[in-house]
Design a protein. Structure first.
Length: 81
């Protein structure tokens, strides 16, 4: 199973969001945000939820990348669905 940071990075790239944008939206430095993606620091549930809001997806999709990719291929990833 992939680590949460790896999944966040992959989803961010798929969505075309830059690290600097994520860092700003989370009120973090780019260095601190990079540590999340590299799994160098843990991630609190509140921050994970905020990342999900930024991505406009459910937290479950971050925790289960294969589910996210499957649903993405079907075109049903939005939280509004």
């Amino acid at each position: 199973m992939d680590n949460i940071g790896d999944n966040i990075r992959r989803i961010r790239i798929l969505l075309g969001i830059k690290q600097i944008t994520m860092a700003k939206m989370l009120s973090l430095s780019v260095t601190s945000y990079g540590k999340i993606e590299r799994n160098e620091v843990g991630i609190k549930p509140e921050r994970l939820e905020k990342i999900a809001v930024i991505f406009q997806i459910d937290v479950d999709y971050i925790q289960n990348l294969s589910l996210f990719l499957k649903v993405l291929r079907q075109g049903f990833v939005s939280k509004e669905d």
